[in-house]
Design a protein around this ligand. Structure first.
Ligand SMILES: [Fe+2]
Length: 291
C-alpha cells in the first residue's frame, strides 16, 4: 500500500538538513507520498478574490508556462490575470526552491515544467471517464511524451474555507504493472510518427509513453478495479503541501478545491535508484527497451 511520509519542513527556502533530505529522496523513490503538514503557501489578503471559482471559465485549470511568462485559462480583466500570474509564479518559485533543496542529490537534473492552479471543487464535477481524476490512475502527458522521464509534482492546498483535499492512494507500481501489462496493446508501427506529424503530440511517443497512456486509460475505465483495488484514503489539510512521483504512485483526487501544483521532470539516470522508475519496471516485465 502507498505510504505517506511526513517531513517537518516549515519554510519553502533555505538549507534542508542532510538526514531529512536522504529520508525524503528514499521515500519518494520507493513510491511514498511526502507530506509537509507545516509547509503553508501564503496567499496574500489582496489575492483572496483569486480563489473564488471563475465565472464562465472554459478551463478547469489555470496554468503557467515553465518560464513563468505565459498564463492559460484565466478569465476576467488584465489586472486580475496579472495578479493571478504573480500568485502562481510565486508558488512556482517557492516549490522549485524547496524541491531543489530537499532533492539536492538530483542537483541540476530536475527540470521545471508547468505550474497549475485548480480552483474548482473536484467532487461532483462532470467530466469524461478519461479526464476523471477521481479515479485511480498514474500520470502521463498524452501530447507531451516524457520518453521515460519521471513526473514529480508538488501540491499545496490553499483552500480558503480551510477544508482538506481528499485523495485515494492505490497499490505499488509493480503490482499495477503486473496486473495490466499483459492486456496493453502494442504500439502500431509508425503511429508515433503519424501522431507527431499531425501535431497531436509535441514529439514522437516512445513505446514507454504508449504503454503509460494505455495503463492510465485501462485503470480509469476499469470500474471493478476502481472499487476493489487495494487502496487507502488521505486528507491533505488546508495550509499544507505534499510531493509525489505521480507517474509511479496510483492516486485519485476526490474532494477539495483550490490547489496549486508544480510539475518537474527528472531523467531516470538522475535517480538514486533508477530501477524503481516506471520505465525500468515496464522494461523488466516486457524484457525490452521502451525508450
Ligand atoms: Fe493525476
Amino acid at each position: 500500500m502507498t505510504e505517506v511520509v511526513s517531513l517537518p519542513l516549515t519554510a519553502w527556502s533555505g538549507e534542508i538538513e542532510g538526514g531529512l533530505r536522504a529520508r525524503g529522496v528514499e521515500a519518494l523513490e520507493a513510491g511514498a507520498v511526502l507530506a509537509f503538514p507545516a509547509l503553508c503557501f501564503q496567499v496574500r489578503d489582496d489575492e483572496l478574490d483569486l480563489l473564488a471559482p471563475q465565472v464562465g471559465a472554459k478551463s478547469k485549470n489555470i496554468s503557467l508556462s515553465p518560464g513563468g511568462d505565459a498564463l492559460k485559462g484565466v478569465e476576467g480583466d488584465e489586472a486580475r490575470a496579472r495578479r493571478m500570474q504573480q500568485m502562481i509564479g510565486r508558488f512556482a518559485d517557492q516549490a522549485e526552491a524547496m524541491a531543489r533543496s530537499l532533492l539536492a542529490p538530483y542537483a541540476g537534473a530536475l527540470q521545471r515544467a508547468r505550474t497549475s492552479f485548480r480552483p474548482e471543487e473536484i467532487a461532483g464535477r462532470q467530466t469524461s471517464w478519461r479526464k476523471d481524476d477521481t479515479r485511480l490512475h498514474v500520470d502521463n502527458f498524452p501530447s507531451s511524451p516524457t520518453r521515460g522521464k519521471r513526473i514529480l509534482r508538488v501540491f499545496a492546498n490553499i483552500n480558503p474555507a480551510d477544508e482538506p483535499r481528499h485523495w485515494r492512494l492505490g497499490e505499488p507500481f509493480e503490482r499495477l504493472a503486473e496486473r495490466y501489462v499483459p492486456a496493453l496493446p502494442r504500439p502500431l508501427w509508425g503511429s508515433a510518427q503519424v501522431l507527431n506529424a499531425l501535431g497531436i503530440t509535441k514529439a514522437p511517443r516512445s513505446a514507454y509513453d504508449h504503454y503509460m497512456l494505455h495503463l492510465h486509460d485501462r485503470m480509469k475505465a476499469d470500474q471493478g478495479y476502481q472499487r476493489t483495488a487495494p487502496q487507502s484514503t488521505w486528507e491533505f489539510a488546508a495550509g499544507s503541501a505534499w510531493m509525489v512521483f505521480t507517474d509511479q504512485v496510483s492516486h485519485a483526487a476526490t474532494q477539495g478545491k483550490c490547489a496549486l501544483e508544480q510539475t518537474f521532470l527528472l531523467p531516470v539516470q538522475a535517480m538514486q535508484d533508477g530501477e524503481r522508475a516506471p520505465l525500468r519496471v515496464l522494461e523488466r516485465l516486457m524484457a525490452r527497451k521502451l525508450a
